[in-house]
Design a protein around this ligand. Structure first.
Ligand SMILES: [Zn+2]
Length: 628
């Protein structure tokens, strides 16, 4: 059994999108027309036609992105394209050569009128698993279409800065929700415009039966649309939570926030469908919107907290990379990418703020915040602690760096916590990592990238020598961080604390209550090796063989059955505290089914707690860190 799979629901996979508007001083170029047909959908494929302006070169290359901002891995979206054809102005087919998975060339380009092809969605089919659902496409005829357009619409060499006109023929019962500029909308045809190719991929579209709300928070217009396969979740039920969260975020950011509108596209999936992606869910960030994928079976309370944690992270990306980013991101290359060194900031600062603002604005209490730090300390141990963070970032698409990507949300956030504490300590509590980011956003902003190699020196010049040492040793260098050194400065220490379990399958905050062990014949079984209050009160005993959960029996315990094993376990992560469920066990030769109610099982663990003997100075610094 892989523990990662079991824990997957508490590890949200979050991305960001980062390329920004590029200054375009050239004369206005002619529009590219792109058409998508969501009505005549056959065999789960959607037809796309791309009609460029007249081409004056002998040869032209057409690309579908290999990689998109924020995903840090090669997606090769070209593999979802088939039956691609080029036509001249008389409707005759032109020769088209496939150069690689994502690239096609047309030799008689001067005659080219248009290109047409069929697109497969990423939510099923053999290759779809490789694409995280929040960056993918889902076609369900007459029911929903999740369109991440980087998987559907390509660009011609030298024409990325051309504007696009996007025509979408859509079923009458479905409504489009997107932050893309609308030219016109009707029951059956929606027309959008994009200033350049980047805007095509930065503005996903969700088609679903009407289920959206829109509201104004001072100077920002917020929208939320939901596709719920069972119709259980209504957008209006989540408006209050989103409002409260975004007001708190705006207060926290102060004048560093200048976002005019923000749209949340929430695509819920059935549990079975999510299994296809190995349980992956989370959000993909865009500049004025975000695509979020969660499970439809989540109960309202849990979905609300997950939305707050994930959407707040995505919204903080409007600070970095949107307003603070390097040239590599400003001029993002979709088919030959160069990576920036600063994932510690793009993802780390963002994730740190997504937690800090909640304690800062009183959405959570102190111990909840400390437990989040503990969770990051624990999860970060799964990654290589001696890997230089800046080196990992600049080589993230290759191994062994790619495997360590998840650490940007763990150690990346903790790096920012340490920097924050250092800056607070040296400024008498007045400044922190947030004020550094506010100053950087003022200096750079959307249209002005920084030089990748100079950012750290610039931050050092704005702060203190201790910040220089920290970057040199722990961000650029390979020295693991002694976190206690920083936690002690703010009067925190390690001590016994109670934390909630990720699900009733756990005996503490990290380990399940069972382990794989072979029997006399060498057959592997799950044997109960620890208990939590809930299963103990149900009568489960150490040494029992764990056979099934809530009526679903485990298959033979082996690697090939990982998906089926997960299918038995994952529902338990969605249960609230009133769920009645059963555990089936074998004790000696007896098979027994035990009944119980989830409740709120906690575990006593060694965690981050306030030090009762902390010095006055440390307590003052802690208050400045959490509340200033
Ligand atoms: Zn992110």
């Amino acid at each position: 059994m892989k523990k990662n799979n079991l824990l997957i629901f508490s590890l949200s996979i979050i991305f960001f999108g980062c390329a920004t508007l590029k200054q375009n001083n050239t004369v206005k170029q002619v529009e590219i027309n792109a058409s998508i047909d969501l009505v005549d959908v056959n065999d789960d494929k959607v037809k796309v036609v791309i009609d460029p302006p007249k081409i004056n070169n002998d040869e032209i290359t057409f690309y579908i992105p290999q990689i998109v901002p924020g995903t840090y891995e090669y997606s090769n979206f070209g593999r979802f394209i088939e039956n691609i054809k080029a036509f001249d102005y008389k409707g005759n087919e032109l020769k088209l050569n496939q150069e690689d998975e994502n690239t096609w060339s047309i030799t008689e380009a001067k005659k080219l009128d248009k290109i047409s092809y069929l697109t497969n969605d990423t939510f099923d089919g053999p290759d779809g698993k490789a694409i995280y659902p929040m960056g993918g496409t889902n076609y369900k005829k007459n029911e929903t279409f999740l369109l991440n357009l980087h998987s559907m619409i390509g660009y011609f060499d030298g024409m990325k800065e051309n504007s696009y006109r996007l025509n979408i023929r859509s079923p009458k019962n479905l409504e489009a929700f997107t932050s893309l500029s609308v030219i016109s909308k009707s029951d059956t045809l929606d027309i959008f415009s994009a200033k350049r190719y980047f805007h095509i991929i930065d503005n996903p579209i969700l088609y679903s039966e009407p289920n959206a709300v829109s509201f104004n928070l001072d100077d920002i217009k917020v929208g939320l649309a939901i596709y719920s396969p069972t119709g259980t979740h209504k957008a209006k039920d989540y408006q209050d939570a989103i409002e409260k969260m975004m007001i708190a975020q705006k207060k926290f950011l102060g004048d560093a926030n200048n976002t005019a509108s923000y749209d949340i596209l929430l695509h819920l999936m059935g549990m079975e469908d999510l299994q296809y992606f190995g349980g992956m869910m989370g959000a993909l960030e865009h500049h004025t919107s975000t695509t979020v994928v969660f499970v439809d079976q989540m109960q309202a309370e849990e979905l609300t907290q997950s939305l707050v944690d994930v959407v707040s992270h995505e919204f903080f990306h409007t600070l970095t990379p949107l307003n603070i980013h390097s040239e590599e991101i400003h001029n993002f290359e979709y088919n030959t990418p160069l990576m920036s060194k600063h994932l510690w900031m793009y993802e780390g600062t963002t994730e740190y703020f997504a937690n800090l603002f909640q304690i800062n604005q009183g959405l959570i209490d102190e111990q909840n915040f400390y437990n989040r730090i503990l969770e990051k300390l624990n999860y970060s141990k799964r990654y290589d602690d001696t890997m230089s963070f800046t080196e990992m970032s600049s080589k993230i698409v290759d191994e062994p760096y790619q495997t360590n990507y998840g650490n940007v949300y763990q150690k990346g956030a903790l790096i920012n916590m340490c920097l924050d504490i250092i800056i607070r300590e040296n400024s008498g509590g007045e400044r922190g990592i947030l004020s550094v980011m506010q100053d950087l956003a003022k200096k750079y902003g959307k249209e002005k990238p920084f030089k990748d190699n100079l950012l750290i020196d610039e931050i050092i010049s704005m702060t203190y020598p201790q910040v220089a040492d920290f970057f040199k040793n722990h961000v650029e260098g390979k020295v693991p961080i002694n976190y206690m050194e920083y936690l002690n400065k703010v009067g925190l220490t390690m001590g016994e604390t109670e934390v909630p379990l990720p699900s009733i399958l756990f005996k503490d905050n990290q380990n399940p209550f069972f382990e794989p062990q072979p029997d006399q014949d060498g057959k592997v079984r799950y044997v109960v090796t620890g208990l939590n209050d809930t299963i103990e009160s149900m009568g489960v005993e150490i040494g029992d063989v764990f056979l099934g959960l809530d009526g679903k029996m485990l298959p033979e315990i082996k690697k090939e059955n990982a998906e089926q094993i997960n299918a038995v376990f994952t529902p338990s992560f969605m249960w609230d505290d009133k769920k009645e469920f059963t555990i089936t066990i074998q004790r000696n030769m007896d098979k027994q089914t035990l009944i119980g109610i989830t409740g709120k099982p906690n575990a006593k663990v060694s965690g981050v707690v306030e030090d009762p003997n902390a010095a006055e100075k440390a307590i003052i610094l802690r208050t400045a860190w959490l509340k200033n």
